[in-house]
Design a protein around this ligand. Structure first.
Ligand code: UDP
Ligand code: MG
Length: 333
């Protein structure tokens, strides 16, 4: 049987403090898997340097010299974590049977790697690392993460709670993932949409080996906002609800103003201003949300997401020779 060729993709942004240690640990794991013949000797650990301003790239080059299992890819500037993952998977997916993505700080339990590969070998195209405990995170990070998953759920975005970007994807799943052409990437929302046989493996997240987080609050909020707006037009629908609510208030205002008008004691013009103010406000909100619905549809269209994902297609395999013959006929005609 052909041995599984594995690629471990590691996004790196200013990670010179952790890289030597992480590289050593990952190399050890990969070497062991090669020794016991679980994976092909031509497997790789691919570091994606996401425009680091420190010595990360020099370190990666040194690692490449040291061991041929290491290899690197360098962005021309900082494109962000999600793009680094995507690039790593795109490049590695061409050569490897399966790709595992893991953060450079090894907060995610690297001992899960052989188990992920075993799960792939048992027929799972997607293996998700899910953390079962957040005790290593600060209270604040835990609270924000929890609120994030709650909010996303309410907005109708299906996420696997506590699964970040530690996962294995088979090359077939990666090929399909590359058909998601959107620039605003939110991988953990897309991956559950791919389908395929999926397994979750649980682990405990550790504190960072060294250095500091590359996801400060500002980046986290913008990431969350990206996630919501990439997958949901719930905010637009909320405007519609608000519009209907304001119109309901306008009706109450109409009744109230008319009563005030007849019981006297109103400045002339007040009744008409009060009733039209609320009514117009409501109409405007509804108008905006209707426009929003159309923009939402355009948004969904321009993303050109695949309509479906074919896992196996025996028909095309059996018909392939026919297709070639037909083209010959056409060419000859
Ligand atoms: N990262 C990246 N580009 C960025 C920010 C982060 O490639 O612009 C990488 C970073 O080097 C790390 C991973 O993404 O390997 C996750 O970052 P970090 O560990 O700082 O995030 P946290 O675990 O604190 O959420
Ligand atoms: Mg981290």
């Amino acid at each position: 049987m052909k041995r599984t060729k594995l690629a471990i993709v590691v996004p790196c942004y200013n990670e010179e403090e952790v890289l030597p240690t992480s590289a050593d640990i990952l190399l050890n794991i990969m070497q062991k898997m090669i020794d016991i013949k679980q994976i092909d000797a031509n497997s790789k650990i691919l570091f994606v340097n996401d425009g680091s301003k420190d010595g990360t790239w020099t370190l990666i080059k040194q690692l490449e010299q040291k061991n041929s299992l290491f290899t690197g890819l360098k962005f021309s500037r900082n494109f962000g974590h999600q793009n680094a993952l995507m690039a790593g998977m795109e490049v590695a997916g061409k050569y490897a049977d399966c790709v595992i993505t893991i953060d450079a700080d090894l907060q995610d339990d690297e001992t899960l790697i052989p188990k992920m590969v075993a799960s792939y070998q048992e027929g799972n195209e997607v293996v998700l690392g899910v953390r079962n405990d957040r005790s290593s995170d600060s209270k604040f990070k835990r609270w924000t993460a929890e609120s994030f998953y709650n909010l996303m759920g309410k907005m109708g975005v299906q996420l696997v709670p506590d699964h970040a970007d530690y996962r294995l994807l088979g090359s077939h799943a990666i090929k399909v993932l590359m058909d998601y052409k959107e620039t605003n990437l939110f991988l953990r929302g897309i991956v559950p949409q791919l389908g395929f046989n999926t397994q979750k493996l649980y682990y405990q997240r550790k504190p960072r080996l060294a250095g500091e987080t590359k996801y400060p609050l500002k980046k986290m909020i913008s990431f969350a906002f990206d996630g919501i707006t990439s997958f949901s037009i719930a905010p637009v629908k909320a405007i519609m609800t608000l519009g209907v609510f304001v119109i309901a208030i306008s009706l109450i205002m109409v009744v109230y103003s008319i009563i005030r008008f007849f019981t006297g004691n109103v400045i002339s013009g007040w009744t008409s201003i009060m009733t039209s103010l609320w009514f117009l406000g409501g109409i405007q909100l509804i108008g905006i949300s209707v426009l929003g619905e159309y923009i939402g549809k355009i948004y969904a269209e321009v993303k050109h997401r695949p309509r479906y994902v074919i896992e196996t297609d025996d028909y095309s395999v059996t018909q392939k020779s026919d297709v070639v013959e037909n083209t010959h006929d056409l060419a000859g005609a």
